[in-house]
Write a protein that binds this ligand. Structure first.
Ligand code: CUA
Length: 333
């Protein structure tokens, strides 16, 4: 009975892994960039070599056990072959050659995925990991955003990676390998994609209770769309259009919100939470966990701990304040 449940657990895990590999989950085995394609290639080569070795070695063990097992009336020790020089040389030299081959393939792959020289049109992004969201600064364009990284198709994004608190790890499996964000250090990596689309990623270094709620969305778009997005982000924040929104603006810009959040060019200059200047231009919120719209924003502000338990924003807006704050935030397009 116990063995059955153990076996069942293994089967379910394997099925889960298989599904994760071919269903919607982002996988490095469905590469969408030259870097991840090369990494996936190395994975399959190593797997194939390991499979051949496994089948050969296990096959020989099974063969020898079956062939040389004790039969009926046999007694005493079988013939000993200790000190068989030719065999000893073979099983020393063959693994050594395999390891040297793997070393060469690894060095070749490292060279192939190394950052290229910056070219015309490439972009620079400063990535800061926070518990539990991502800050993306575009220093050449003078704005900052969160959780959604926009990249023009055909260009490389050169990232510098820092942490505001603990160790995080930036991982978008279909585009590149992982790089850690380490407090007090600056790491770097680069990204590019073969085709337009949205590529999902995830913090991959355990960083606390909402580690899983620290998602990345990389939006790869045409140069034209990218430039349009940059113009939107560079524009000053929209000013309150109604009395209610004005009331909300006053609360956000001078109230408690401003100690953690920024709205560019205003008195709200907090650096703890995501920049709100063009909040509604993003399609996700709460570290990329939820779609961003008025309904989710309302649910979030009513009790931030309900949607993302343990997150560092502890707010429960009263119904009267809610209407005003929502009126202001939802016009920050
Ligand atoms: Cu950040 Cu895990």
């Amino acid at each position: 009975m116990r063995r059955m449940s153990w076996l069942r657990r293994v089967m379910i895990s394997l099925a889960g892994l298989a599904l994760a590999g071919c269903a919607g989950a982002p996988s490095m085995l469905r590469p969408a960039s030259s870097v991840s394609a090369r990494e996936a290639w190395l994975f399959w080569v190593v797997l194939a070599m390991a499979a051949v070795v496994f089948v050969l070695v296990e096959g020989l063990i099974v063969l020898i056990v079956a062939r040389d097992r004790r039969r009926g009336d046999e007694a005493g020790e079988p013939t000993q072959v200790h000190g068989h020089t030719r065999l000893e040389i073979i099983w020393t030299v063959v693994p050594l050659l395999l390891v040297i081959l793997l070393f060469g393939l690894t060095i070749g792959t490292m060279r192939a995925v190394a950052a290229p020289e910056p070219r015309e049109g490439d972009i620079n992004v400063r990535v800061v990991g926070h518990r539990w969201w991502w800050q993306f600064d575009y220093p050449d364009y003078g704005f900052t955003t969160a959780n959604e990284l926009h990249i023009p198709l055909g260009s490389a994004a050169h990232l510098t990676l820092e942490s505001a608190d603990v160790i995080h790890s930036f991982w978008v499996p279909q585009l590149a390998g992982k790089t850690d964000l380490i407090p007090g250090a600056i790491n770097s990596m680069w990204l590019s994609a073969d085709a337009p689309g949205t590529y999902d990623g995830q913090c991959s270094e355990f960083c606390g209770i909402q580690h899983a709620g620290m998602r990345i969305h990389v939006i790869v778009e045409s140069r034209e769309d990218f430039e349009a997005w940059v113009s939107t982000q560079q524009a000053p924040p929209v000013e309150a259009a109604t009395a209610l929104a004005q009331q909300g603006e006053d609360m956000v810009l001078t109230g408690v919100c401003s100690s953690c959040h920024s709205v560019r060019g205003t008195s709200a200059e907090g650096k703890v939470g995501p920049d709100l200047t063009h909040l509604m231009s993003r399609s996700t919120m709460a570290g990329g966990m939820y779609p961003l719209n008025g309904a989710y924003l309302r649910r979030w502000l009513a009790n931030t701990q309900e949607m993302k338990p343990g997150n560092l924003m502890v707010v429960r807006l009263a119904p009267d304040d809610m209407a005003a704050v929502l009126a202001y935030l939802t016009q920050l397009k």
